[in-house]
Design a protein around this ligand. Structure first.
Ligand SMILES: [Zn+2]
Length: 120
């Protein structure tokens, strides 16, 4: 099959199913697991695409893995351990392990960013 064999994949992101993030504290957040272990056999890390509606936000949370974020569209604020930064397209964010953080959309359009995580 063209575009997929032995785990190889090259597709448009819109082909990847989207789901609402139902975690407590999440509002207006959708995620697509663009590349992951379950569907693609990616053993080491996952690439997710998040879409946050205007006024939406992720939960404020922490965990043992880091985030590597690249902002594609929209405007938002990242909070991390008492610091806040305004985000716009082209910004990159590193959220270190075990730090309290969240992302929220303070713009008028969808905030869209990639977020890569390792599998522990
Ligand atoms: Zn997180």
């Amino acid at each position: 099959l063209e575009g997929s064999f032995l785990g190889f994949k090259a597709i448009h992101y819109e082909k990847v199913s989207v789901s609402q993030v139902k975690e407590v504290g999440a509002e207006g957040v959708q995620v697509r697991w663009l590349i992951n272990k379950e569907n693609d056999g990616a053993e080491n890390f996952a690439m997710r695409l998040f879409e946050i509606a205007p006024s939406g936000h992720t939960p404020t949370h922490s965990h043992e893995w880091e985030h590597e974020v690249y902002v594609l569209e929209g405007n938002g604020i990242v909070f991390c351990e008492g610091s806040e930064k305004q985000l716009k397209p082209g910004y990159v964010v590193f959220v270190p392990p075990n730090s309290m953080h969240n992302f929220r959309n303070n713009g008028k359009q969808t905030l869209r960013f990639l977020c890569l995580i390792p599998y522990s």
